[in-house]
Design a protein around this ligand. Structure first.
Ligand SMILES: [Zn+2]
Length: 407
């Protein structure tokens, strides 16, 4: 009896020791925000400073990494511009990240080049993290999937097709490239990197949705299988970090199934897919702060995947992220008196601006988006026009040759 207790005790001790060892191997420790931020500041690529950069600009940057990364030309755009992938890491968990499928959505592309600098470096305080990622992950990046759109800074490609509605028909060469890259690589995780309009908010709050996240649905029923569930768990971890950086400014993107979209289909094809949408942030028109946030959450997510840290989070935490709204306006003018048929009516005006490309870069123009009762919207600026009356603007009858001449 005494012996058997002793044996049992010994067995328990051995078991306990073994389980501790296993625990020690897979333990996930959250990366502190300050550390991720320091990594960004050190490795930000100084050659990109604003949202509009061209396909030619990034070719130089891709080549800069040709020693540390395996670079492969995947094909060409409609206009014959090369689309390349960059592969890094010796691990067994495959992760694919693609950006700028929509040509004027460049925020994540900037962050990817910062990340390449970080991954390629060595001999600093980040070696432990870098080595962990290198030994656990096999990363494939496709920066700027739509170079023709990027050069014109427009959403669609040069067939005027939205690549995110071309996952199935694959009319566009760019869509063929992305589909083939996924099929050849068969990643466990995928990151679909986009920008959304600055007018997206966290629903029913005046807060801009600076980042919106989604684990796209793979069917109309928006069911959750293991593949989608893993994406949701990873997003919950990303949101935890984001709430430290931009509290209340994270939205959950609409998960209505779109049978032609890449995110939805890549999820369906068995890759846990995460959509990141970079929105707006007050005082950051060139999205350089949002670029930093992208770097931080992508690095955080890769660390979660390498350590299986996402298992600590739940799908309930994902669903607790508030929904995106589309309730922001540049300017709301409240209760302005408008005279029609000799009667006065109090009207709210909601104004949004639009960017138009030109030789010098771009210009902004504002227009009335809607009018009437605008109280469900929020303005970046609001003007209370109570007691003020609307008068039609006067236009000078002849055009000026130049502003200076006519002063
Ligand atoms: Zn997009």
């Amino acid at each position: 009896m005494k012996i058997s207790i002793h044996v049992y005790f010994l067995f328990f001790t051995v078991f306990f020791a073994t389980s501790c060892k296993i625990q020690a191997q897979i333990v996930y420790e959250k990366l502190p925000a300050a550390r991720l931020e320091a990594a960004f500041e050190k490795y930000r690529d100084p050659s990109i400073t604003q949202r509009r950069f061209k396909h030619a600009d990034i070719q130089v940057l891709i080549q800069k990494h040709s020693t540390a990364f395996q670079i492969e030309k995947l094909g060409e755009s409609v206009e014959g511009k090369s689309i390349s992938s960059m592969t890094w890491g010796n691990g067994k968990t495959k992760v694919m990240l693609w950006s700028q499928m929509h040509g004027n959505e460049s925020t994540a592309t900037m962050a990817l080049f910062d990340l390449f600098n970080f991954l390629e470096a060595s001999g600093d305080e980040h070696d432990d993290l870098r080595n962990l990622l290198k030994s656990s992950l096999n990363l494939k990046f496709i920066p700027m999937l739509n170079p023709d759109g990027a050069d014109a800074f427009k959403r669609r490609n040069n067939l005027d097709i939205d690549l995110n509605r071309d996952a199935i028909s694959q009319i566009s060469p760019e869509a063929v490239i992305l589909k083939k890259a996924r099929d050849d690589f068969e990643p466990e995780f995928g990151f679909n990197l986009h920008d959304q309009q600055i007018y997206y908010n966290v629903v029913n709050t005046p807060k801009q949705a600076t980042i919106s996240l989604l684990a796209p649905a793979y069917n109309y029923e928006t069911e959750i299988n293991e593949v989608r569930g893993r994406a949701m768990q990873t997003i919950a971890g990303m949101n935890e970090l984001l709430q430290e950086l931009i509290p209340g400014q994270v939205g959950k993107y609409d998960d209505a199934f779109e049978p032609r979209a890449f995110g939805d289909n890549i999820q369906k094809w068995g890759t846990s897919t995460i959509l990141i949408e970079s929105g707006g942030y007050l005082g950051d028109p060139e999205k350089q702060y949002i670029r930093k946030i992208n770097f931080m959450i992508i690095l955080n997510a890769l660390h979660q995947i390498a350590t299986k840290g996402y298992e600590k989070y739940t799908t309930e935490q994902y669903f607790a992220i508030p929904d995106n709204g589309f309730q922001l306006m540049d300017l709301i003018i409240n209760e302005m008196q408008v005279k029609v048929n000799d009667k006065w009516f109090p009207v709210d005006l909601a104004i949004r601006r639009r960017e138009t490309e030109n030789e010098a870069g771009y210009f902004m123009s504002g227009a009335v988006e809607d009018l009437g009762d605008m109280q469900v919207f929020y303005g970046f600026e609001t003007l209370d026009a109570t007691g003020l009356q609307y008068r039609e603007g006067k236009v000078y009858p002849t055009a000026f040759e130049s502003a200076e001449k006519n002063l």
